[in-house]
Design a protein around this ligand. Structure first.
Ligand code: 6PG
Length: 239
Protein backbone atom coordinates (compact mmCIF):
# COMPACT_ATOMS: atom_id res chain seq x y z
CA UNK A 1 0.00 0.00 0.00
CA UNK A 2 1.58 3.31 -1.05
CA UNK A 3 -0.57 5.32 1.31
CA UNK A 4 0.64 8.33 3.23
CA UNK A 5 -0.01 8.30 6.97
CA UNK A 6 -0.39 11.47 8.98
CA UNK A 7 -0.61 11.11 12.76
CA UNK A 8 -2.20 13.64 15.09
CA UNK A 9 -2.28 13.89 18.85
CA UNK A 10 -6.06 13.95 19.06
CA UNK A 11 -9.24 14.11 16.91
CA UNK A 12 -9.52 17.90 17.15
CA UNK A 13 -5.99 18.42 15.84
CA UNK A 14 -6.67 15.91 13.07
CA UNK A 15 -9.83 17.79 12.08
CA UNK A 16 -8.00 21.13 12.16
CA UNK A 17 -5.30 19.77 9.89
CA UNK A 18 -7.63 18.17 7.38
CA UNK A 19 -9.84 21.27 7.27
CA UNK A 20 -6.72 23.27 6.45
CA UNK A 21 -5.54 20.72 3.88
CA UNK A 22 -8.97 20.68 2.25
CA UNK A 23 -8.94 24.47 1.87
CA UNK A 24 -5.45 24.26 0.37
CA UNK A 25 -6.46 21.39 -1.93
CA UNK A 26 -9.51 23.26 -3.19
CA UNK A 27 -7.39 26.32 -3.90
CA UNK A 28 -4.92 24.17 -5.85
CA UNK A 29 -7.60 22.64 -8.14
CA UNK A 30 -7.57 24.17 -11.60
CA UNK A 31 -11.11 23.17 -12.60
CA UNK A 32 -13.86 25.61 -11.57
CA UNK A 33 -15.97 22.96 -9.80
CA UNK A 34 -14.70 19.87 -7.98
CA UNK A 35 -16.65 16.76 -6.99
CA UNK A 36 -16.39 15.69 -3.36
CA UNK A 37 -18.00 12.70 -1.61
CA UNK A 38 -18.31 12.70 2.19
CA UNK A 39 -18.80 9.84 4.63
CA UNK A 40 -20.85 9.85 7.80
CA UNK A 41 -19.97 8.80 11.31
CA UNK A 42 -18.65 10.77 14.29
CA UNK A 43 -15.17 11.76 13.08
CA UNK A 44 -16.40 13.93 10.18
CA UNK A 45 -18.57 15.91 12.64
CA UNK A 46 -15.40 17.56 13.96
CA UNK A 47 -14.53 18.52 10.40
CA UNK A 48 -18.04 19.86 9.74
CA UNK A 49 -17.79 22.04 12.85
CA UNK A 50 -14.63 23.62 11.46
CA UNK A 51 -16.24 24.15 8.08
CA UNK A 52 -19.06 25.99 9.88
CA UNK A 53 -16.68 27.83 12.18
CA UNK A 54 -13.12 29.08 11.69
CA UNK A 55 -12.94 27.85 8.10
CA UNK A 56 -16.25 29.33 7.01
CA UNK A 57 -14.56 32.18 5.15
CA UNK A 58 -11.71 30.02 3.83
CA UNK A 59 -13.66 27.78 1.49
CA UNK A 60 -15.49 28.82 -1.66
CA UNK A 61 -18.30 26.25 -1.54
CA UNK A 62 -19.60 27.49 -4.89
CA UNK A 63 -16.69 25.49 -6.34
CA UNK A 64 -17.86 22.22 -4.75
CA UNK A 65 -20.33 19.66 -6.09
CA UNK A 66 -21.09 17.60 -3.00
CA UNK A 67 -22.10 13.95 -2.81
CA UNK A 68 -22.19 11.27 -0.11
CA UNK A 69 -20.06 8.12 0.03
CA UNK A 70 -22.91 6.43 1.82
CA UNK A 71 -26.22 7.22 3.45
CA UNK A 72 -28.53 5.49 5.82
CA UNK A 73 -31.97 4.72 4.35
CA UNK A 74 -33.75 7.11 6.68
CA UNK A 75 -35.32 10.54 6.11
CA UNK A 76 -32.97 13.56 6.32
CA UNK A 77 -34.69 14.57 9.55
CA UNK A 78 -33.58 11.33 11.21
CA UNK A 79 -30.60 11.69 13.59
CA UNK A 80 -28.97 8.79 11.70
CA UNK A 81 -28.98 10.69 8.38
CA UNK A 82 -25.47 11.53 7.20
CA UNK A 83 -26.88 14.38 5.13
CA UNK A 84 -28.98 15.55 8.07
CA UNK A 85 -25.95 15.74 10.35
CA UNK A 86 -23.87 17.58 7.74
CA UNK A 87 -26.73 19.97 6.99
CA UNK A 88 -27.35 20.76 10.66
CA UNK A 89 -23.68 21.38 11.40
CA UNK A 90 -22.36 23.17 8.30
CA UNK A 91 -24.26 22.88 5.04
CA UNK A 92 -27.06 25.16 6.23
CA UNK A 93 -24.41 27.77 7.03
CA UNK A 94 -22.32 27.83 3.84
CA UNK A 95 -23.07 29.01 0.31
CA UNK A 96 -23.01 25.70 -1.51
CA UNK A 97 -25.43 26.14 -4.45
CA UNK A 98 -28.53 23.94 -4.11
CA UNK A 99 -28.00 22.49 -7.60
CA UNK A 100 -24.54 21.31 -6.51
CA UNK A 101 -25.85 19.44 -3.49
CA UNK A 102 -26.45 15.78 -4.28
CA UNK A 103 -27.84 14.02 -1.24
CA UNK A 104 -28.99 10.42 -1.24
CA UNK A 105 -32.78 10.28 -0.80
CA UNK A 106 -32.70 8.10 2.28
CA UNK A 107 -36.45 8.39 2.55
CA UNK A 108 -36.96 6.54 -0.74
CA UNK A 109 -37.15 2.85 -1.51
CA UNK A 110 -33.51 1.63 -1.29
CA UNK A 111 -33.49 -0.27 -4.57
CA UNK A 112 -35.08 2.65 -6.43
CA UNK A 113 -32.71 5.14 -4.78
CA UNK A 114 -29.65 3.06 -5.60
CA UNK A 115 -30.49 3.43 -9.30
CA UNK A 116 -31.49 7.08 -9.04
CA UNK A 117 -28.33 8.07 -7.17
CA UNK A 118 -26.12 6.13 -9.58
CA UNK A 119 -27.81 8.00 -12.46
CA UNK A 120 -27.18 11.33 -10.69
CA UNK A 121 -23.50 10.46 -10.26
CA UNK A 122 -23.36 9.35 -13.88
CA UNK A 123 -24.75 12.72 -14.92
CA UNK A 124 -22.59 14.99 -12.79
CA UNK A 125 -19.30 13.18 -12.16
CA UNK A 126 -16.90 12.89 -15.08
CA UNK A 127 -15.75 9.43 -16.11
CA UNK A 128 -12.14 8.35 -16.21
CA UNK A 129 -10.51 6.34 -19.00
CA UNK A 130 -12.09 3.18 -17.59
CA UNK A 131 -15.55 4.75 -17.86
CA UNK A 132 -15.84 4.86 -14.05
CA UNK A 133 -17.15 8.03 -12.35
CA UNK A 134 -14.05 9.75 -10.95
CA UNK A 135 -14.61 11.93 -7.90
CA UNK A 136 -11.96 14.54 -7.25
CA UNK A 137 -11.98 13.75 -3.53
CA UNK A 138 -13.52 10.97 -1.43
CA UNK A 139 -13.48 11.29 2.38
CA UNK A 140 -13.77 7.95 4.20
CA UNK A 141 -13.92 6.69 7.73
CA UNK A 142 -13.25 3.19 9.03
CA UNK A 143 -15.22 1.18 11.55
CA UNK A 144 -13.65 -1.08 14.17
CA UNK A 145 -14.68 -4.04 12.01
CA UNK A 146 -12.69 -2.63 9.12
CA UNK A 147 -15.74 -1.43 7.18
CA UNK A 148 -15.51 1.71 5.12
CA UNK A 149 -18.26 3.59 3.36
CA UNK A 150 -21.07 1.12 4.01
CA UNK A 151 -19.08 -1.78 2.69
CA UNK A 152 -19.13 -4.23 5.59
CA UNK A 153 -17.11 -7.44 6.04
CA UNK A 154 -20.15 -9.59 5.20
CA UNK A 155 -20.58 -7.79 1.86
CA UNK A 156 -17.02 -7.77 0.50
CA UNK A 157 -18.43 -8.26 -3.00
CA UNK A 158 -19.29 -4.55 -3.05
CA UNK A 159 -15.56 -3.87 -3.28
CA UNK A 160 -15.58 -5.20 -6.83
CA UNK A 161 -19.14 -4.42 -7.89
CA UNK A 162 -19.57 -3.25 -11.47
CA UNK A 163 -22.30 -0.90 -10.23
CA UNK A 164 -21.72 2.62 -8.92
CA UNK A 165 -23.92 2.10 -5.84
CA UNK A 166 -25.17 -0.86 -3.86
CA UNK A 167 -27.80 -1.34 -1.16
CA UNK A 168 -25.89 -2.43 1.94
CA UNK A 169 -27.19 -3.91 5.17
CA UNK A 170 -25.68 -2.98 8.52
CA UNK A 171 -24.44 -6.26 10.08
CA UNK A 172 -26.04 -5.80 13.46
CA UNK A 173 -28.92 -3.35 13.10
CA UNK A 174 -30.00 -4.58 9.64
CA UNK A 175 -30.36 -0.94 8.61
CA UNK A 176 -30.32 -0.48 4.83
CA UNK A 177 -27.78 1.91 3.39
CA UNK A 178 -26.83 3.19 -0.05
CA UNK A 179 -23.08 3.01 -0.59
CA UNK A 180 -20.56 3.81 -3.28
CA UNK A 181 -18.75 0.69 -4.42
CA UNK A 182 -15.06 -0.15 -4.27
CA UNK A 183 -14.19 0.63 -7.88
CA UNK A 184 -15.75 4.11 -7.71
CA UNK A 185 -13.87 4.88 -4.50
CA UNK A 186 -10.60 3.51 -5.86
CA UNK A 187 -10.88 5.48 -9.10
CA UNK A 188 -11.14 8.78 -7.22
CA UNK A 189 -8.29 11.20 -7.84
CA UNK A 190 -7.72 11.60 -4.11
CA UNK A 191 -8.96 9.51 -1.16
CA UNK A 192 -8.49 10.29 2.51
CA UNK A 193 -9.35 8.26 5.59
CA UNK A 194 -10.18 10.13 8.79
CA UNK A 195 -9.70 7.56 11.56
CA UNK A 196 -9.83 8.10 15.31
CA UNK A 197 -10.18 5.97 18.41
CA UNK A 198 -8.25 3.20 20.17
CA UNK A 199 -10.92 0.70 19.12
CA UNK A 200 -9.54 0.94 15.57
CA UNK A 201 -5.90 0.29 16.60
CA UNK A 202 -5.60 -3.39 15.78
CA UNK A 203 -7.62 -3.22 12.59
CA UNK A 204 -5.64 -0.22 11.34
CA UNK A 205 -2.34 -2.07 11.77
CA UNK A 206 -3.62 -4.98 9.69
CA UNK A 207 -5.18 -2.70 7.07
CA UNK A 208 -2.01 -0.65 6.58
CA UNK A 209 0.55 -3.45 6.96
CA UNK A 210 -1.56 -6.15 5.24
CA UNK A 211 -1.10 -8.42 8.24
CA UNK A 212 -3.37 -10.62 10.38
CA UNK A 213 -7.01 -10.53 9.31
CA UNK A 214 -6.54 -7.74 6.74
CA UNK A 215 -8.31 -9.76 4.04
CA UNK A 216 -11.50 -9.62 6.11
CA UNK A 217 -11.45 -5.81 6.32
CA UNK A 218 -12.99 -3.85 3.41
CA UNK A 219 -10.75 -0.87 4.22
CA UNK A 220 -7.75 -3.03 3.24
CA UNK A 221 -8.91 -2.93 -0.37
CA UNK A 222 -9.03 0.83 -0.73
CA UNK A 223 -5.92 1.36 -2.85
CA UNK A 224 -6.52 4.62 -4.67
CA UNK A 225 -3.44 6.15 -6.24
CA UNK A 226 -3.49 9.18 -3.97
CA UNK A 227 -4.44 7.79 -0.54
CA UNK A 228 -3.80 9.45 2.82
CA UNK A 229 -4.68 8.23 6.30
CA UNK A 230 -5.32 10.98 8.85
CA UNK A 231 -5.16 9.12 12.14
CA UNK A 232 -5.11 10.16 15.78
CA UNK A 233 -2.63 8.72 18.28
CA UNK A 234 -5.18 6.35 19.80
CA UNK A 235 -5.90 4.70 16.45
CA UNK A 236 -2.30 4.83 15.27
CA UNK A 237 -0.62 3.46 18.39
CA UNK A 238 0.06 0.16 16.66
CA UNK A 239 1.64 1.65 13.56
C1 6PG B 1 -21.29 5.86 8.15
C2 6PG B 1 -19.90 6.02 7.62
C3 6PG B 1 -19.03 4.91 8.14
C4 6PG B 1 -18.04 5.58 9.06
C5 6PG B 1 -17.34 4.58 9.93
C6 6PG B 1 -16.42 5.29 10.93
O1 6PG B 1 -22.25 6.20 7.43
O2 6PG B 1 -21.38 5.47 9.33
O3 6PG B 1 -19.80 6.24 6.33
O4 6PG B 1 -18.33 4.20 7.16
O5 6PG B 1 -17.10 6.30 8.27
O6 6PG B 1 -18.32 3.84 10.62
O7 6PG B 1 -17.20 6.10 11.72
P1 6PG B 1 -16.56 7.02 12.90
O8 6PG B 1 -15.94 8.17 12.20
O9 6PG B 1 -17.73 7.37 13.75
O10 6PG B 1 -15.55 6.16 13.59
Amino acid sequence: MNAKIQKFSDPATLADSFANDFAQWLGDQSQPIVTVALSGGSTPRLLFERWAGEFAGEIDWSRVRLFWVDERCVPPSDSDSNFGVANDIFLSKVDLPADQLHRVHGESNPDDERTRYADEIDRFVRKDSDGVPQFDLVVLGMGDDGHTASIFPHQMEFLTSSDVCEVATHPTSGQKRITLTGPVINHAKKVVFLITGANKKGVLVDVVKKTGLFKTYPASFIDATDLTFYVDEDAASGL
